[in-house]
Write a protein that binds this ligand. Structure first.
Ligand code: SAH
Length: 419
């Protein structure tokens, strides 16, 4: 989502100002730092990083701090780092050209409505297009700062999304990646009166575009994985068969404290149904260990769910108390050393599972959409079910969808020969 926000800012700057991109901070007239604040560490890194940029930059170059940390710290950033020229919140990226030309502007309004805003065109990859379908988040997960930095959830009108997808597809993007904090809640809160459509309908609409060959999305919420959604996901051949199902915890009691809105049983039921409907689906998840009050027994239940669902990929995090969140005020915080031990145990278990899963991929045939040049003469792409697959080839492969046979399996990528 931050990558897409950066693309929006660049598009806006291209439209209204005269900037080119550079990777060298010493050459830059404007340095934008787009930040995350989901966990504490990136926030700590921010101030040392701005300090570094301040030392390297040209004399008159401006520095702007953007994104979620900008939203939640606001003018405190300029107080702590007075050489910062402006602060621009995650929900205000369309205002980049305004704040740029004001002195010490702080624009962090989380009620600002960007849902009808048509951004200019700028995409990092010509092969894939990310498109925002909603802004903000209405969930009240007790650990999560996002609703406080991105504001309430609003859905972007479907005609804007479809037009953006058509335009991207026409210019060569065969894959559309739909983005939102909570994509399968789409359509609940349109800012204007719109025809009622839900996420499943939107997926079907995007798939109808001829030049679009693949549709992906993130992040869906397990609570909203109803039968309609799972059936559309299973039956529509353009929808890529990889699903992110952020579990967070395998203990129903902890899930209740987290305010996730589902139980362990609901989650297991949805994952089972998904695997039945789509046998080749790959399921990824997010897990937090050491949430306040998590006992050994709760943690054991998380490990059990991991074994039962056989997740294909896990993003696991040590709980990080965040300002403005309910859970940060809970008194039963878990000892960080115990949380670290649990994290390691979880990751070791999953690494062993992954080794077994990928070993079984050798000899299989996949359709790969090639979109990236790697080192040593490899071209990379993704299978429909989201394996990264590398093959020795020339750049002429880029932008093509071709069948390959898997020859070697690593934890993070598969190697293959073209068929
Ligand atoms: N709306 C997205 C959340 C994006 S944040 C979703 O539901 O998938 C990505 C992940 O960061 C979350 O799923 C969660 O596992 C993790 N996370 C969020 N807040 C956290 C915190 N306070 N400490 C540790 N991990 C956290």
């Amino acid at each position: 989502m931050n990558v897409r926000d950066s693309e929006h800012m660049i598009a806006q700057l291209n439209k209204e100002e005269n900037y080119n991109l550079t990777n060298n901070p010493k050459d830059a007239d404007l340095i934008l730092i787009n930040t995350c604040s989901v966990r504490e560490r990136p926030v700590q890194k921010l101030f040392s990083e701005i300090g570094q940029f301040n030392k390297q930059k040209k004399k008159d170059a401006k520095i702007g701090v953007c994104g979620c940390t900008a939203s939640h710290l606001g003018d405190e950033i300029i107080k702590r780092a007075p050489y910062v020229d402006f602060v621009l919140g995650a929900r205000n990226v369309s205002k980049i050209t305004q704040v740029l030309n004001q002195k010490r502007a702080v624009e962090v309004d989380i009620n600002y409505d960007e849902s009808n805003y048509t951004f200019g065109d700028f995409r990092t990859s010509p092969y894939k297009a990310s498109i925002n379908i909603s802004i903000g988040c209405d969930k009240q997960c007790s650990f999560c700062i996002v609703p406080h930095t991105r504001g309430e959830e609003i859905s972007i009108p479907p005609d804007l999304i479809v037009n953006e997808a058509k335009k991207a597809a026409k210019s060569g993007a065969k894959e559309i990646f739909l983005l939102g904090q909570n994509v399968n809640n789409y359509g609940k809160n349109f800012s204007k009166s719109e025809k009622k459509i839900d996420f499943s309908d939107l997926l079907e609409m995007i798939s109808e575009i001829d030049q679009v060959k693949r549709v992906r999305f993130t992040s869906p919420h397990p609570l909203h994985m109803d039968d309609k959604f799972l059936n559309v996901f299973a039956k529509n051949p353009k929808i890529c068969k990889s699903m992110h199902m952020p579990l967070q915890s395998g203990s129903s009691e902890i899930l209740k404290q987290m305010k996730r809105g589902y139980t362990k049983e609901w989650f297991l039921n949805r994952a089972k149904k998904l695997r039945e409907l789509v046998p080749n689906v790959r399921i990824s998840t997010d897990i937090i260990v050491g949430f306040p009050g998590e006992s050994e027994e709760d943690f054991k239940q998380t490990l059990e769910v991991i074994k039962e669902v056989k997740f294909d990929q896990i993003f696991s995090f040590k709980y990080s108390p965040r300002p403005l969140t309910k859970a940060a005020t809970f008194e039963n915080q878990v000892d960080p050393n115990i949380a670290s031990q649990r994290l390691k145990k979880l990751q070791d278990l999953h690494t062993a599972m992954i080794d077994e899963i990928v070993e079984n991929e050798i000899g299989k045939v996949y359709e790969v959409y090639f979109d990236e040049v790697k080192s040593d003469g490899f071209i990379a792409g993704r299978s429909d079910n989201n394996y990264m697959i590398l093959t020795k080839a020339t750049e002429s492969l880029l932008g093509k969808i071709l069948p390959v046979k898997i020859t070697q399996a690593r934890r993070t990528a598969l190697y293959a020969d073209l068929l």
